[in-house]
Design a protein around this ligand. Structure first.
Ligand code: NAP
Ligand code: MG
Length: 401
C-alpha cells in the first residue's frame, strides 16, 4: 500500500519522560507505516531546552507561525527538584507559556468520549470544550492587606497627568483589597480565537461572565465579544448553522449541567481554570483530554492535556511494565494531521486521522484499555494492556479499517 503523502511539514515538538517514550511508539506503530511523515522536528525535551538556553522553544513557536500547525508532546516545567535532576543552568519557563505568549493563543480543552467511560453527568452525550482566556484578572492582580482604618481608592493616571479616581472602601477596621486588570487587545484575541474555533469545529459557542454585577469590567468582555461577532462572524455562523450566545455565568453553569454537550464554553481566566478541572474530572479521565492552542491568526498547536506522567517514567526506567494511556497524545497527532489535511486539501491525510481516532475508540470499546481506564470503566472484565500492548492493539484495529 502506498503511504499517504504530505505537502507541507507539520511542526513536531518532542517532549519529556513517559510521554516522550509514547511519542516514539506512536510514530513507529501508528504513523510511519501509513504516512510519509513530513515534519519539522524540534526537541523540546528539557536537556535540549537547557543546552540551547530555551532557544529551541522559541524556534518551534516561530515555525508554528510559518507553517500554521504543530503537534506537541508534554514537557517538564522545571521546578527546584528538576534543577538538580537535570543539572539546569536556569529554571526555564514553561514551554506552553512561552509558546502561548508568542502565538497569543487560547487553549481549548475537550474530553474524548467513549462508551464504557461514562461522564458523571447523565445528560452529557457529547464533549464539552472549555476555552480559557489566558491573560490577566486575578492572575495578574495586585493586593493589599489593609491593616486598619483608612480609605482605599482606585486611581488611574493618564499620560497627560489627568486622573480617574474611585473609592473602593472607607475602612473602619482591617480588611483586604485587590486590583485586577485586563487589556482590550487580549480580550479581542481571545474572542477571535473562540469564534474561529467554533467555526472550525462547527459547534455553538457560549460565553458567560458576571456582567450584571461587574458593570464595567465583565461588561467590557461581553461588549468586545458582541462587537467582534456582529462585525466579523455572524454571517459565517449563520451559514455554518451554529450560534453564539452570551449568558450570565451562573445561568451557564445551570444550563451546562442539563445539556447534552457538544458546544464550546468560553470562560474568563479564573472561571476557565475552575471549570476545566470540573469538566475533565466529570468526563472521567485526565488521560482522555485533548488540548489545542488556537491563535487569533489561525495557527494551531495540538497536545494532550496531561503532563509527562513522571511516576510511570520512573517505573519504565527501572524496567518495570507500565500501562500509560496514549490516547490524548494520539489525538494530538490526529488533530494536527487532520488540520494539515484541511489546509492542504489533502483528504487522504484527514481521512487517516479519522480512521486512527476511530481505531482508538474501538479498541477501548472492545474492552482493551490501559489501567487508568480499566479502573473507571463500566464495561465488564476489561483487558488491561501495557503502554506498548495498547498501542499495538490500536494498530491492529487500524489495519482492519
Ligand atoms: P501528569 O503527568 O499529568 O500526571 C499526573 C498523574 O495523572 C499521573 O501520575 C497518573 O496517575 C495520571 N495520568 C496522567 N496522564 C496519564 C496517562 N496518559 N495515562 C495514565 N495515567 C495518567 O501530571 P504531573 O505528574 O503533575 O506532572 C508531571 C510533569 O508534567 C511535570 O514536570 C509538569 O511540569 C509536566 N506537565 C506538563 C504539561 C504539558 O506539557 N502540557 C501539563 C501538565 C504537567 P498515577 O500515577 O496515579 O497512575
Ligand atoms: Mg487549575
Amino acid at each position: 500500500m502506498d503511504k499517504i503523502k504530505m505537502t507541507t511539514p507539520l511542526v513536531e515538538m518532542d517532549g519529556d519522560e513517559m510521554t516522550r517514550i509514547l511519542w516514539k511508539m506512536i510514530k513507529d506503530e501508528l504513523l510511519l507505516p501509513f504516512i510519509d511523515l513530513n515534519t519539522e522536528y524540534y526537541d523540546l525535551g528539557l536537556e535540549e531546552r537547557n543546552r540551547t538556553n530555551d532557544q529551541v522553544t522559541v524556534d518551534s513557536a516561530n515555525a508554528t507561525k510559518k507553517y500554521g500547525v504543530a503537534v506537541k508532546c508534554a514537557t517538564i516545567t522545571p521546578n527546584a527538584a528538576r534543577m538538580t535532576e537535570y543539572n539546569l543552568k536556569e529554571m526555564w519557563k514553561s514551554p506552553n507559556g512561552t509558546i502561548r505568549a508568542m502565538l497569543d493563543g487560547t487553549v481549548f480543552r475537550a474530553p474524548i468520549v467513549v462508551k464504557g467511560i461514562e461522564p458523571n453527568v447523565k445528560t452529557w452525550k457529547k464533549p464539552i470544550t472549555i476555552a480559557r482566556h489566558a491573560y490577566g484578572d486575578v492572575y495578574k492582580a495586585t493586593e493589599i492587606k489593609i491593616p486598619g482604618e483608612g480609605k482605599a481608592e482606585l486611581v488611574y493616571t493618564a499620560k497627560d497627568g489627568t486622573q480617574i479616581r474611585e473609592l473602593i472602601h472607607d475602612f473602619t477596621g482591617a480588611g483586604v483589597i485587590q486590583g485586577q486588570h485586563n487589556v482590550s487587545e487580549s480580550i479581542q484575541s481571545f474572542a477571535h480565537s473562540c469564534f474561529r474555533y467554533a467555526l472550525d469545529t462547527k459547534q455553538d459557542l457560549w460565553f458567560a461572565t458576571k456582567d450584571t454585577i461587574s458593570k464595567k469590567y465583565d461588561h467590557t468582555f461581553k461588549d468586545i465579544f458582541q462587537e467582534i461577532y456582529d462585525a466579523e462572524y455572524q454571517e459565517a455562523f449563520e451559514k455554518a448553522g451554529i450560534t453564539y450566545f452570551y449568558t450570565l455565568i451562573d445561568d451557564a453553569v445551570a444550563r451546562v449541567m442539563k445539556s447534552e454537550g457538544g458546544f464550546i464554553w468560553a470562560c474568563k481566566n479564573y472561571d476557565g481554570d475552575v471549570m476545566s478541572d470540573m469538566i475533565s474530572s466529570a468526563f472521567g479521565s485526565l488521560a482522555m483530554m485533548t488540548s489545542v492552542l488556537v491563535s487569533p491568526q489561525g495557527y494551531y498547536e495540538y497536545e494532550a492535556a496531561h503532563g509527562t506522567v513522571q511516576r510511570h517514567y520512573y517505573k519504565y526506567l527501572k524496567g518495570e511494565e507500565t500501562s500509560t494511556n496514549s490516547v490524548a497524545t494520539i489525538f494530538a497527532w490526529t488533530g494536527a494531521l487532520r488540520k494539515r489535511g484541511e489546509l492542504d486539501n489533502n483528504h487522504e491525510l484527514s481521512a487517516f486521522a479519522d480512521r486512527l481516532e476511530a481505531a482508538c475508540i474501538h479498541t477501548i470499546e472492545s474492552g482493551k484499555m490501559t489501567k487508568d481506564l480499566a479502573l473507571i470503566t463500566s464495561l465488564e472484565n476489561p483487558t488491561v494492556l501495557s503502554s506498548e500492548g495498547f498501542i499495538k492493539a490500536i494498530r491492529s484495529e487500524l489495519e482492519k479499517a
